[in-house]
Design a binder for this molecule. Sequence first.
Ligand code: SAM
Length: 260
Amino acid sequence: MSNTTNHPFRKKWGQNFLADGNLLDKIVRTINPKNTDSILEIGPGEGALTERIYPKVKEMAAIEIDPMLIEHLKNRDSLKGLQIVHGDVLLQEIETIPINNPVRVIGNIPYNITSPIIFWLIEQLDFWDDAFIMMQKEVAERLSAKVGTKAYGRFTVVVGAYLNMEYCFTIPPDVFIPKPKVDSAIIRFTKKEIPIVPDEKYVRFNKLVATAFSQRRKMLRNTLKAWNFAESVKERIDFTRRPESLTIEEFALLIDLHSQ
Ligand code: SAM
């Protein structure tokens, strides 16, 4: 297995390229692209996944940050007509990408920006239908963690208030060039029909949950002191509890009662 362009791998951009045909085919089967789909790919790299998906769909755009890879993608005959956007995905709005929305999002993304990309998705719920995101297995486990466990935290709660998550499969390091040190996983995100927290309370909810988990061994009465919750709220939710014991619905109740 070798990369086709011989460009240097840029660690700062999380470049680990998929280089196993069988695995790529398995990802395509999992995504199940249809000829009515508008697909947005994050970080196409050399286009290993792109070239398998693009011929099967109505239209497709790909956002890539590395100028050398942009040149490579533009020169590939099999990708003629692909909408190639050069830039940082986190600074893009799906609405302005030149394909129809809602899109289906796919991406073997740089792992160091996994959470910003998931929050980027949450901030643009109207413009996508589902998202297949590859990430470090440990991060996937944090996302799907059960209340009361060590892995349950801010990420689990905030993401879980808006998105459903389906663990598709685990990917070992040896299908990438260069090999990462960790196992990976593909997760399919869909949107909750009714978000547990209304959109307009997202920012405050995020802040509340982050504050509660900033010192996860401490009780809510200490970490949330500055929020000045009324005594009536504390009668409904015991403030001697620690954050990892609260369900997503209980955090949602807290932000609801605080706003009243
Ligand atoms: N999809 C390719 C594959 O599977 O072989 C490449 C995956 S590699 C893990 C991540 C890709 O995302 C790289 O091509 C990298 O240059 C690109 N990338 C990194 N940061 C980015 C950003 N902020 N916005 C868009 N693309 C980015």
